[in-house]
Design a protein around this ligand. Structure first.
Ligand code: UD1
Length: 432
């Protein structure tokens, strides 16, 4: 297995082009199932999760043609997806188990074919992550749901979903996306109440509307979808990845460097993140092509933060902020409210000398002066990034093992960090 070796202590300076957002790209790719026409997505990142979904979609009959392979760092890929005929409505366990977001094919398949059978995703490293909200939403739209042999089978009586009033008791990004896509082709009007408002949802709404859908309430808690008979093809550019951008902003601050994060409309998409990072002493300055991130104080300030749905502080930034807070002035308290098992980076950061105490969903940190390089183990995508960030400033060398997690969500990480001055390499077959 590959590992990443980092020699800490180098100031990072320069530009980092921010890739297309994984969490926007995945639902957008699933939307290709909703139309027979070619559907062209640009600014797609090259990530393991994108390849996994491409494979899943291929099994449903989606033909993907790479129009531009995006060779340079600042250019994403452009792929045309065409689904003239859905050849299978079954999403098999072999693929779904690799990536939970596979559940997002359920809504589009059900909408277009009137039935779908999707493997239950199962647990994942950061928690139980049920899909009950997705299923209740489909039932609200007339579908019958059966669970058999680890699979969910959903059927729309008469072959078409009908509009319904879907009220989510808690906010779910995936459930909002799934119901949104399903409702575009339903008969009648669907209302989603307590919808997630993440920028990736607005990206999906904009794209679906460009395909001929009729969705109102973009960016709000209530979405109204008037079903149409057909959607047509469209060309759409995936939004930049606000989590990748936030992670590199932290890299700039921790190394006392200055990084320009290049990407469109980042300031707005990163709202919840930027608010908290400013409290910690970071400075952000908008430029023509993005944002410049620096640390405006001598030492990062301690903060008290809870993860929240957008526009609050994102759970996907919690591990990276924790890496930064290991070196804060005074103490910090981080409360994880979204996922029940998202502190797996704590023991690894502790191995690097961090002073962190966890009680339930709350981590208390006392800032130390220096992290120490160590061999550490990546456990999930964002936890892996927290270890990379810690390694950038640790004394001597840090070896991050199990980096396949990083390949799921950070495009060309080693290349991007090297370009701004990090001493980081990927060693093939030296990890554990
Ligand atoms: C998405 C993101 C993920 C991010 C998360 C929260 C993608 C591909 N992934 O995941 O990176 O960390 O949003 O911002 O976009 N829940 C239920 N029942 C359900 C669905 C969710 O109880 O049917 C719970 C989850 O267990 C969790 C909370 O709701 O505690 C939020 O999950 P959700 O917003 O659905 O996350 P995902 O869409 O899976």
């Amino acid at each position: 297995m590959d590992r990443i070796a980092i020699t800490g202590g180098y100031r990072l300076e320069g530009e980092i082009p921010i890739s297309g957002a994984k969490n926007a790209a995945l639902p957008l790719m699933c939307a290709s199932l909703l139309t027979k026409d070619p559907f062209i997505l640009s600014n797609l990142p090259q990530l393991a999760d994108i390849s996994t979904l491409k494979l899943l979609l291929k099994g449903h009959g989606v033909r993907a043609k790479v129009l531009n392979c995006g060779k340079s760092l600042d250019q994403g890929r452009t792929i045309s997806f065409t689904t003239e005929v859905i050849t299978s409505t079954v999403a098999p366990y072999d693929i779904v188990r690799k990536m939970r977001a596979s559940i997002l094919v359920l809504g589009p398949l059900l909408a277009r074919m009137g039935e779908a059978t999707v493997s239950l995703p199962g647990g994942c490293a950061i928690g139980n992550r049920p899909i009950d909200l997705h299923l209740k939403g489909f039932e609200e739209m007339g579908a019958t749901i059966e669970l058999e042999e680890g699979y969910v089978r959903a059927v729309a009586p008469g072959g078409r979903l009908k509009g319904g009033n879907v009220h989510f008791p808690m906010i779910s990004v995936g459930a909002t996306e799934n119901i949104l896509m399903a409702a575009t082709l339903a008969s009648g009007t669907t209302t989603i109440e307590n919808a997630a408002r993440e920028p990736e949802i607005s990206d999906l709404v904009n794209c679906l509307n460009a395909m001929g859908a009729n969705i109102k309430g973009i960016g709000t808690k209530t979405l109204e979808i008037v079903g149409v008979d057909n959607l047509h093809g469209a060309e759409y550019a995936v939004m930049p990845d606000r989590i990748e951008a936030g992670s590199y902003a932290i890299a700039a601050a921790m190394t006392r460097g200055e990084i320009e994060l290049k990407g469109k409309d980042l300031m707005d998409a990163m709202r919840g993140t930027i608010g908290i990072l400013r409290e910690a002493g970071l400075r952000f300055q908008e430029t023509e092509g993005g944002i410049v991130a620096t640390l405006g104080t001598d030492k990062v300030k301690g903060i008290n933060v809870s993860t929240q749905p957008y526009p609050g502080f994102p759970t996907d930034m919690q591990a990276q902020v924790m890496a930064m807070m290991t070196l804060c002035d005074g103490a910090s308290v981080i409360n994880e409210t979204i996922f029940e098992n998202r502190f797996m980076h704590v023991p690894e950061l502790t191995r690097m000398g961090a002073d962190i105490t966890v009680h339930g969903s709350t981590a208390t940190l006392r800032g130390i002066d220096q992290l120490l390089g160590a061999p550490v183990m990546a456990t999930d995508l964002r936890a892996s990034m927290s270890l990379i960030l810690a390694g950038l400033v640790a004394d001597r060398q840090t070896f991050v093992n199990r980096i396949y997690h990083l390949d799921r969500g950070y495009e060309r990480l080693v290349e991007k960090l090297s370009a701004v001055g990090a001493k980081i390499i990927r060693d093939a077959n030296l990890g554990i």
